[in-house]
Design a protein around this ligand. Structure first.
Ligand code: ADP
Ligand code: ZN
Length: 217
């Protein structure tokens, strides 16, 4: 299964990707996570990416495409993957198509997550994640209301908020999505790959809708 999750920041791609990983055993490949890890490790690449991320702009295509090329070449990606946060503009989509054509492994589907603006604001402001295992929580959701510590890790580390989940940066990320990423919807629709789901409602409901549009595994 080779799929792309497409949707605005806060539309729930990362949360649902984690569920597909648990269900199908394919890796989640998130450029946001890979970039945050490079920033945390203080690598040269992380240093170059940090300013763009902090201001809500896209990191340079050459950096992100390089990261993806390397990641797709790793052993665990040979039987499929869930791409989350890539591609994010036309140049990245073209680069991905070229890479996949070269190895004869086309995408199976691109799933668009549809969520309204108010819900995006609610999700991003409530988003917290575990610094140890990366599990995403939301302090506004009924099942995790007011949660402060990870329940998946033994030590129960304190959950943290992403530095780019502040109001100003979120506004910029949404504008970038509208200008640069939204055009990919038509791009993939024209190729017959696009499946659209209503990504509002609780996490379980969205997972069910997602599974319903995926090609048979
Ligand atoms: P979200 O989808 O909530 O915006 P991500 O974790 O996917 O969060 O991305 C966080 C930031 O990382 C983006 O705002 C951007 O700066 C950078 N980034 C992630 N993926 C890409 C990409 N494919 N191209 C360029 N920049 C990216
Ligand atoms: Zn954890």
């Amino acid at each position: 299964m080779r799929i792309v999750l497409l949707g605005a920041p806060g539309s729930g791609k990362g949360t649902q990707a984690q569920r597909l990983v648990a269900r199908f055993g394919v890796p989640q490949i998130s450029t946001g996570d890979l970039l945050r890890s490079a920033v945390a490790r203080g690598t040269e690449l992380g240093r170059r990416a940090k300013a763009a991320m902090d201001s809500g702009q896209l990191v340079a295509d050459e950096i992100v495409i390089g990261i993806i090329r390397e990641r797709l070449g790793q052993g665990d990606a040979q039987d499929g993957y869930v791409l989350d946060g890539f591609p994010r503009n036309q140049a990245q989509a073209r680069a991905l198509a070229t890479m996949l054509a070269a190895i004869g492994q086309p995408l199976d589907a691109v799933v668009l997550f549809e969520v309204d603006y108010a819900e995006i604001a609610r999700r991003i402001s409530g988003r917290r994640s575990c610094p140890n295992c990366g599990t995403i929580y939301n302090v506004h959701d009924a099942s995790t209301l007011g949660i402060t510590h990870c329940t998946s890790c033994d030590a129960g580390p304190l959950l943290t908020q992403r530095p780019d989940d502040n109001e100003q940066t979120v506004a910029r990320r949404l504008a970038v999505y509208d200008e640069q990423t939204r055009p990919l919807i038509e791009h993939y629709r024209a190729q017959g790959l696009l499946r659209t789901i209503d990504a509002q409602g609780d996490v379980e409901e969205v997972t069910d809708r997602l599974l319903a549009v995926l090609p048979p595994a």
